[in-house]
Design a protein around this ligand. Sequence first.
Ligand code: ADP
Length: 675
Amino acid sequence: MPTIPRPRILVVSSSARLQARIIDQLIERYELVGGRAAERLQNIALAVVDERDWLSSDTPKMPWPVVVVRTRGAGPLPTADASVRAEFEPEELTERIETHLALARLRQSAANKESALVDQAGRARERLTFLVSAAEKMANSVSLGETLGHLCGAAVPRLAQWCTITLRENGRLAPPVVAHESPAKVGLLEELGRLNFQEGDRRHPVHRALSSGRAEFVAKAPESFITRLGGSERHSELLRELGVGAFMCVPLRSRGKTLGAMMLGADAGWRPLCRTDLVLAEQLATRAGAAIERAQLHHKVEAELSERQRVETALLRQEADHTLILDTVRAMIWYKDAGNRVLRCNRAAAQSVGKPVSEIEGRRVEEFFPAARARAYHLNDLAVIASGQAKIGELEELKLRGGVKRWMQRDTLPYRNDLGAIVGVVVIAVDVTERKRAEDLAVAKERAEREFVANVSHEFRTPVAAIKGFAQTLRDGAWRDDAERTRFLNIIETNADRLDALVGDLLTMSKLEGSEPRASVATAVQRVALDCAAKLESRAKRKRLNVYVAVTRGLRVKMEPEHLAQALEHLLDNAIKFTPPGGWIRLGARASKRKVLIVVEDSGIGIPSTHLPRVFDRFFRVMKGAQPGSPGVGLHMVKKLVEAYGGSASVRSRLARGSAFRLTLPAAARRAPKK
Ligand code: ADP
């Protein structure tokens, strides 16, 4: 049986007799110490003090409970100090001491209990403060990363030396977020997390916590734990390096769902982990679960919002690009519904009706096109909508105000909504007037050239046939007859001249094609005009035509004389050709500013006004086929000739009344009159 230590009693008395009596009485049961020096002694349970000493000034300051010994009947104590328990006859001393000791013990035990309770309450308050602060930080986090950061910060090193947080995201485990008291070991935890994540070992506490939703606590991990947990050699090596002494794994749950697990651990050298740590870890995990779910939800909402924003921005951009493209192209583009209403149109389309885009979109086509045209467009649209077949390259001739004609090429395509149903049409119209004109011109030119070749061949064939025929006739015997020979040779010569003239025209024309303006010369117009008239006089006479020449004297032009002669001769020749017998021809010339105006007029058949613009074109003839010996190159040659000298040619004519061909040429200085 263990011996209970005897209470130490301090005996203080100035009376040796009284002290001896007291000691006698108490020595059996208590350990007694004496003297005033004993005030400094340790572990004194109680002091027994002689009344006389009690009355001395310093005794009441004794730190222990005091029993004052006095003789019975000595009257009341002169002081009411709380440490004075009672006053007794020395005989009653033991009993009184026992009572006081029992009271003191009771008081002591109550004090111990109270301090334990205070300690406990303090720890509980500290835990609560810890949890509240962690929960507050997590709740105020804006992202999942921040929430997990606060959770790690709360767990390490308050609860453990390290921690890893593994979350389930979209049915899969995300790489864990880790923290270690020593930053140098964070890399270790990360590698471990990756390995565990890759190996996905079902025996790992994290997996168990995820599937069971229950916490796990191991106060001291045996070596077998590392061997069992380490999936690969590297895995075991990392665990050893980390030093897994104790660990706990708590699920992170919210509203009955396990979102992930938090693993907390420490190496064997760290403070031991206990059940209280587990409880606190679980309470922390409960608060974290709610915060994580909120953060995940927030993240999801944010992601959805930003996705929506991205889509909206992309749509706006697409729309802007679309408008830009629509407005950049020169083609007119119309989106219309089945009711002939414009859903959308580009700038070119709007310009074509002379209104801003905003005043066209949403309106019916009838509001800005004539009724008949709007109706024709609508019928065309309806055909495309009904058949689902695009109409490509349709040509439309538009007669606009002021008699202007335009050619439009139109594609009409079905316009489908997102579900693929045809809800209208897209019309793309291009103004092809210029192209059409060029095409028509090219066709006409080609035709003219074909005709030209035919005409030239024909023109060549007739004189060649004549030359050949008369040469044969001569050879066959006609040469013997003098008169016949002369006549035939004249015919051969005339036809050779005709061929020569034709070749000359063609050569002149081809030389003039693309040639540079000639060097300046000064040619007297009157001289050339009179020579030309004289040359053609006999032909004019044969047709009984009166030819007048009225040229101001001294007029000079900057043109080679043979070229001027070639031009005038051709105009006079045409005038003779196209003026019926009995008519007149006039060749006039006068100065006009710095130019000289030469006019060859006749009272002939005239030229229809529709042909006038083309009269100077190469190979043009008013009556094709009905003008033998006229390939249609002469007027073109005249025009080219005068243009080569910086001049111009034009014509005025009225059908059956006559024509006037006007040449304007740069004037050369007049020759000074002879003195
Ligand atoms: P070519 O070289 O064949 O004589 P031109 O180029 O001189 O032809 O003339 C072209 C056409 O213009 C003629 O075929 C004719 O129809 C018309 N033309 C030219 N001059 C006259 C005129 N003085 N009066 C009426 N028609 C004319």
